[in-house]
Design a protein around this ligand. Structure first.
Ligand code: F3S
Length: 427
């Protein structure tokens, strides 16, 4: 790899330990992926923020980098393991909270903006078309590439920190024109009505054409809530970190239609819905890849009491984190209704503050719904606390099952609100 004199100086340790360590990580990555050089990045988004994922080893690493490392470009964080202000209200254990706050402090010492959200593009981190960035959260990476027209690979925790501390990333993968060409034409023959439909579509494409960049036709939609649902599901279920939709993806028109093709009809979307819903009592629909891979929460005897068997005890909306438009839709659906169990709304703190100022938050919380800022149902330590959850996020189902062993109900926003407010469904 060809390095500039400035980069050679970083690698030699002349700019401190954290920068040297970062440069070692970036050059090693570059060598593995055949990058010829490093390129400057405009912004960074760091994943791997929850203490639940990092553990003590991760915290120790962050402390070592924070000793002399300072970010060189605007940098934000992915969700943490708890609401950083209101964690006691969510019954987060004190010991966990203390460690999580230490994690955030370490990032703060590096100069990171300690906004914890998987939708950085909703809170001002909006790169321009063609900008090279280094983002970590998979749904945000896909959104940035596909909707904003920026360029990023899916960075891991250490490589995104390294990019922030050096302002650089290796030039390979989706940073290069030739790697952004669509490989499969996906013809959608049915109308997609909700964000849940777009999530189901992402799951279908990812499973039918794993890791292939799709050129999607038959979808006319510029709504960010739908496109972030598609981005999240595509990335989660094994798809590429980039899709092209004409009229949405800035570069979609630059490419010829690929020869390889697949068709997605309403029946296939409905099958995805069935796969994302666990039947009351435990077993998963045939053909669900996660069930086939083995998930012990779905197997064996149901040990819950008869009162809550098959019942939803948590509804989580905001995977990825909610926008103001989605909050307005939720407020309208909750009008005059009372939440019977737990309805959590995952959101960036800055978006919540805007909702507070406009009165939107008050319209929502009078139903009993709660805002969960800075966090989500996956990165928070919730294993064993809930049995069955409902969401409109296909990504949320995947990780809710895999990480916290939840059973899942998947449906539209309206269905989720109905489940959250129906008598007797939640405890
Ligand atoms: Fe965001 Fe958590 Fe979903 S990080 S995309 S809300 S799994």
């Amino acid at each position: 790899m060809k390095l500039t004199p400035e980069e050679e100086s970083m690698l030699a340790g002349e700019q401190g330990y954290a920068v040297q360590k970062s440069m070692q990580i970036l050059t090693a990555l570059g060598r593995i992926f055949g990058a010829e050089k490093l390129i400057p990045v405009a912004t960074v988004q760091i994943s791997g923020v929850s203490y639940d994922n990092l553990g003590d080893a991760g915290l120790e690493y962050l402390r070592s980098m924070a000793a002399d490392g300072r970010v060189r470009v605007p940098t934000t964080l992915n969700p943490a393991g708890m609401d950083l202000c209101d964690w006691r209200a969510f019954a987060i254990p004190e010991e966990f909270a203390a460690k999580q706050l230490e994690v955030v402090e370490a990032f703060k010492a590096m100069g990171v903006t300690t906004t914890c959200s998987c939708t950085p593009y909703l809170i001002g981190n909006v790169p321009q078309r063609g900008a090279h960035i280094a983002w970590g959260e998979s749904s945000a990476v896909t959104f940035a590439n596909s909707v904003l027209g920026a360029r990023t690979n899916k960075e891991g925790g250490p490589s995104s920190i390294a990019a922030a501390l050096t302002g650089r990333t290796p030039a390979y993968g989706l940073h290069l024109d030739r790697e952004r060409a669509p490989r499969v034409w996906v013809e959608v023959t049915c109308e997609l009505r909700t964000a849940a439909d777009f999530g189901a579509l992402g799951k279908v494409i990812a499973e039918q054409a794993p890791a292939q960049i799709p050129l999607i036709s038959g979808v006319v939609c510029k709504r960010w809530d739908r496109l972030k649902a598609l981005s999240a599901a595509l990335a989660t279920y094994g798809g590429a970190s980039l899709f092209h939709i004409e009229g949405v993806t800035p570069e979609a028109g630059d490419w010829p239609r690929p020869e390889q093709s697949l068709r997605v009809d309403r029946e296939r979307i409905e099958r995805a819905y069935a796969e994302l819903n666990d039947r009351p009592g435990g077993d998963r629909p045939d053909g669900d890849r996660q069930a086939a891979a083995g998930d012990d929460a779905a197997d064996g005897e149901d040990t819950t009491n008869s009162k809550d068997r098959g019942g939803v005890d948590l509804v989580f909306l905001g995977c990825p984190h909610l926008s103001l438009d989605e909050l307005e839709e939720i407020a309208q659906l909750l009008e005059g209704r009372t939440v019977r169990g737990e309805l959590w709304l995952g959101i960036a703190r800055e978006v919540k503050q805007q909702a507070d100022a406009s009165g939107l938050s008050a319209r929502i919380t009078r139903s009993g719904a709660r805002f969960a800022c800075d966090t989500c149902h996956v990165v928070a330590p919730l294993k064993g606390r809930f049995r069955t959850f409902a969401t409109n996020s296909a990504k949320g189902v995947y990780y809710g099952r895999a990480k916290n062993r939840f059973r899942s109900r998947f449906g539209s926003l309206a269905t989720c609100i109905e489940l959250a407010t129906r008598e007797g469904t939640a405890q």
